[in-house]
Design a binder for this molecule. Sequence first.
Ligand code: KG4
Ligand code: ZN
Length: 369
Amino acid sequence: MRYLEAVQCKIKELKNKDRIRILAIETSCDESAAAVIENGRKIISSCVYSQIDLHALYGGVVPEIASRSHIQKTDLMVEEAVRNSGMRFADLDAVAVTYGPGLVGSLLTGVSCAKALAYMLDLPLIPVNHIEGHICSNYLTWPELEPPFLCLVVSGGHSHILSVDDYGKYTLIGRTQDDAAGEAFDKAARVLDLPYPGGPRLDELAETGDPHAIQLPKPHTDGKYDFSFSGLKTAFINAVHQRKQKNEAINKADFAASFRETVVSILSEKTCEAAGEKNITKIAVAGGVSANKRLRNTLHEVCRKRGWKLYVPSLSLCGDNAAMIGSAAYYRLRSGTIADLTLNAVPSLSLFDNMLDNAENQSIILPVK
Ligand code: KG4
Ligand code: ZN
């Protein structure tokens, strides 16, 4: 009770403050990250510890190893982010954390850390959706970007086309029916025996290959703007296995380039068709796959031809980081979404449900404005 009263006072104070500085924490998968962000747009400090080396041996993220590593590293990242910001803990205005979607054990470590800090410092606790964070990485890269715009979100677990109607307001236009784009890249990379994480390696290898060497299908989907990568992945795996069975040499670069070309053309064609139909001329890309060279170049070219403006996050903000969570948190704070100390992790959190309608999120409260 004392904590909530202190938070209400703090929120009143923040209404008259020009510079709001939020400490954000991200631990949804295999990166432990912390950052201090000013007014949702300026990175004061950002620290990321990547667990890639721990999981490489297993060819993918091992959830228990991920949780154990977060427990060891998250507080170090927090300490470093605050130190690098030149601020004291007492100067912070709020604490933000990713509470879903993601691996439950990983999410819980960040949520616990954020709660402890918020309680200790009497600061508002802002719950952030990881996917919303990815979208907001564009606000950190492009100071002039404001809603409305169309966004292609492509990560290891999600592929969506959506419209950002306002800060924190999204309309789903299309989504994957099966695998996410990043997952498809990772699986194709594994078939080519590329080391984990496969997506960036396949992208690199594809640079030297012929994108038209292997014919791959573009799967049909029920929804016009939905994606399906599972059939494409199977066709790719079969093509590799057939060559192997016949003892034919496999030109890995050609396979990588053909796969990348097919995925990128599906993503860019559907995104542009949706933008055209909805009359939206500002297009953003977000999520780990937004680092893909071919995707960035193709969309740049298409948008240039049509006179549309393309926004892609700077490469350092494409993968998981806490800076994007701090940006999303600023807009959540402005609209009055904060959590109490019963906040829990929600591994399958959706971007499109109303946060307050979600039974698992009873802890999210709206303070008096
Ligand atoms: O957003 P992210 O860092 O984590 C999730 O929220 O899932 O995305 C990670 C995904 C992985 O599947 C990774 O292979 C893929 O993004 N990825 C790429 C590239 N860089 C990362 N896929 C294709 N080309 C890349 N350059
Ligand atoms: Zn992510």
